[in-house]
Design a protein around this ligand. Structure first.
Ligand SMILES: Nc1ncnc2c1ncn2[C@@H]1O[C@H](COP(=O)(O)OP(=O)(O)OP(=O)(O)O)[C@@H](O)[C@H]1O
Ligand SMILES: [Mg+2]
Length: 419
């Protein structure tokens, strides 16, 4: 690899290309070429073999989509980041389906560009290592199931924010699956209005390699995150079999680095299917006695069902400031160590109500930092350097310290789970 990784800019507008080319050296990358759309782009990109391609998503959209498809075909291992001023989710969806890995809002900000390029490159390197390590395992992405034995403990908040962090901060392709068979609201939490739902996805025939029918059931968030949303009518779940859900999750894992599954607070058939399919389970509990007690009972049930094993990671979510069971007591009760602690952050409630991901709306808030770090660690990327001062203090306390101390251990176990 070149000393400074090369970025190739594809944009029909030479002025914008020039502006971005001026910014790239400030990000620690170098410009390896630039071109307009179509054959001009494909020919020059193939010659330049850059580390990352930045491509404008603008009219004529069909021509851009064709260009992305041709580039992805010619250089399948080179990630494409699309930038656009559009908020039209259908256009973003088209770019992602054509092969884009990531999305940036334009006009592009220097800090956003820098972060996106670094995260994309790191994720790409990680992907190479994974496929060199074990090509069979690498063929399937990780299925991460977010479960907790109670309602209102932050499962959807964690699943949706972590999903956006996987895309934005860890450069992973990710699909969020709402498998909450009571009243799933993951899409609404990100202000995405889906045209099709999980019920359509389950019906998609499994008869071609690119799973075109299944992929057409996905909705897209403006970050590029794909979403399989829950049906609006909960009665539609009545005909859903757990084995169908499990199969769909594995099919999705063939196309995404991460399949993140939100569940209901009960251990019904659908949750069991999501737990059975998982390569990693993030088991959420809050620090109040009812939550810990329910967690314990549900854990014992998963043991009886033969589902409980070393895929389980326990996450303490400080959803409210009112009750606070000592984390040591929780660890003793569940008989396992806490893997991660999510701090209380009042902005989480606000951003959820506004349909915003906190990692985008308030990237410096304590919860954002926490989701970013969790997404990076689970992706096998080094944690971002932690700022001293306020964030450090907010993370302080027994669990916060444990989180720091155990980073190496966490990385090891997460890597095993993700490989
Ligand atoms: N760490 C936190 N800090 C502050 N508020 C939080 C935190 N975690 C969750 N919340 C808030 O708690 C509420 C419940 O969260 P959420 O809907 O994610 O729970 P849930 O477990 O998915 O519930 P359900 O099982 O009913 O779907 C939301 O208003 C959310 O913003
Ligand atoms: Mg929920």
């Amino acid at each position: 690899m070149a000393k400074f990784p090369g970025i190739f800019i594809v944009d029909p507008d030479p002025d914008t290309r020039y502006k971005i080319a001026q910014m790239v050296p400030e990000t620690g990358f170098t410009v390896s070429g630039q071109a307009g759309l179509g054959t001009e782009a494909v020919a020059s990109v193939t010659k330049a073999v850059p580390e990352i391609i930045l491509c404008a998503m603008k009219e004529p959209v069909s021509r851009v989509v064709q260009t992305i498809e041709s580039i992805s075909y010619a250089l399948p291992d080179t990630p494409i980041i699309v930038y656009s001023d559009t908020t039209d989710l259908d256009i973003i969806r088209k770019a992602m389906l054509a092969g884009a890995r990531n999305f940036l809002s334009s006009p592009i900000r220097l800090d956003e560009l820098k972060r996106s390029l670094s995260a994309t490159l790191e994720a790409e390197e990680r992907r190479h290592v994974r496929s060199a390590d074990n090509s069979i395992l690498a063929a399937e992405g990780a299925i991460i199931t977010v479960f907790g034995a109670k309602g209102g403990i932050g499962k959807t908040t964690i699943a949706s924010n972590l999903a956006v962090a996987f895309v934005r901060q860890a450069g992973q392709s990710c699909v969020l699956v709402d498998a909450d068979d009571s009243f799933g609201d993951a899409a609404a939490n990100l202000a995405v209005t889906p045209e099709r739902t999980l019920i359509d996805a389950l019906r998609a025939p499994d008869d071609d390699d690119d799973d075109g029918d299944l992929m057409s059931c996905l909705a897209y968030h403006e970050s590029g995150l794909a979403i399989v949303s829950a049906p609006t009518d909960p009665l539609e779940w009545r005909d859903v079999g757990p084995e169908q859900v499990e199969k769909m999750l594995h099919r999705l894992a063939r196309h995404f680095d991460v399949v993140l599954v939100d569940t209901s607070g009960t251990l019904g058939d659908v949750s069991q299917a999501a737990l059975a399919a998982a390569s990693l389970v993030l088991w959420i509990t809050t620090p109040d006695y009812a939550s810990v007690r329910d967690s314990l009972q549900a854990l014992q049930a998963t043991q009886r069902l033969g589902l409980y094993d070393d895929r389980f990671r326990f996450v303490l979510n400080i959803a409210s400031m009112e009750t606070n069971v000592d984390p040591a007591v929780i660890e003793e009760a569940i008989g396992a160590r806490l893997f991660w602690t999510i701090p209380h952050d009042r902005l989480l409630r606000k951003s959820g109500q506004l349909g915003q991901a906190i990692v985008e709306a308030s990237p410096k808030s304590p919860a954002s930092r926490c989701f970013t770090e969790l997404a990076r660690v689970l992706s096998g990327l080094p944690p971002e350097p932690r700022a001293n001062g306020l964030i450090g203090r907010l993370f302080a306390g027994r669990n916060g310290k444990a989180q720091h101390r155990e980073t190496a251990e966490v990385l090891e176990t997460a890597e095993e789970a993700m490989s």
